[in-house]
Design a protein around this ligand. Sequence first.
Ligand SMILES: *Cc1c(COP(=O)(O)O)cnc(C)c1O
Length: 401
Amino acid sequence: MDFKALANKYQTPLYVYDLDYMSSQYEKLKLAFKGRKSILAYAVKANSNLSVIKHFADLGSGADCVSIGEVRRAILAGVAPYKILFSGVGKKDVEIREAIELDILYINVESEAELGRVELIAKELGKISRISIRVNPNIDPKTHPYISTGLHDNKFGVEISTAKRMYIKAKNSEYLDPVGIHFHIGSQLTELKPIYEASEIVADMLRSLQAIDIELKFFDIGGGLGIKYDDETTIEPYDYAQAILGTLKGLDITVICEPGRFLTANAGYFLTKVLYEKQNGAKRFTVVDGAMNDLLRPSLYNAFHKIEVISDAKSAFSKADVVGPVCESGDFLAKDCELPLLEHNDLLVVHSAGAYGFGMGSNYNTRGRSAEVAIENGQDRLIRQRESFEDLIALEKDLVK
Ligand SMILES: *Cc1c(COP(=O)(O)O)cnc(C)c1O
């Protein structure tokens, strides 16, 4: 990929996504589940650009959404409503109402209180709402605590015993149709055992529901498949699928998988130009034009992203912190990164930036968010304009007294 040409054509900071890589990841995972009815529902929050969602929709993907805004994006991008799921612990009444009206596949319910709201709203609408219940299997996924979701300490899902009560309530309701069971234990999972254990617990629950005549159609295993940022050992899609399918022997059920990071992370690159080198005592800083408002993961999780240097610099390498212009000491893209001495306008390419990159961006410090570019069949095209100052003040400027 000619990063230099892209940086010159579209300016920096810039996100670049390789759509062909996204396709190959999608096909790899889809293939792993062959021999079973399965739906891959792309987790839109990983990268919610409309062109990215459309790319997956064209491959036959569904969408896992965590706000009604994401549901609307998915529909706009061409995802069939019967392949859209709506998850999340805090859905508002208006969101639940719209989801029922749009007739999406199901709402993933995350508490007893929410189940009550969904029933009430379906009743008001005179409709039946398809639901799934997110079970919290209390399994430690061995990932970063901020992206662990399947422990009782986490806010997500309900305990098995609570879930059972909820299924019985749903089954007896005129306005609810329980069709699925869901778990999602965390993100960036690199060990198979916790997934297998969670799947076993939830599959047992499924069997115990069958025993009381609650027949579900969907076994929703969430997302979370990890990727290589550095030298992690990751789970092969085939092994992942086999482990899960192994817990479902004898069950006639459609598997739904909600991958996000696996599909998009390593398809994305964040391009940023060097502004200055500076030295504070013994400490070297390479100041670049991209910042935490563009790519938050290093600041938020201390996440590692590989940095590639595109420069003619020939000096010896030394350790530098790569920092942005934002007025926070937590504003960095990399710490103690071995870099040659760089010059103004040298280019750095931050790898694995296609998931939880642009989407976590903000306008902090009145910085417009980056442009986004897609590469497909060797051709580049703009898929989101760079935000201008006018965009940033649009909702305020007429309200100044
Ligand atoms: C975030 C999320 C996903 C996707 O997680 P990845 O780690 O990106 O695969 C899937 N399902 C639910 C419910 C989520 O919250």
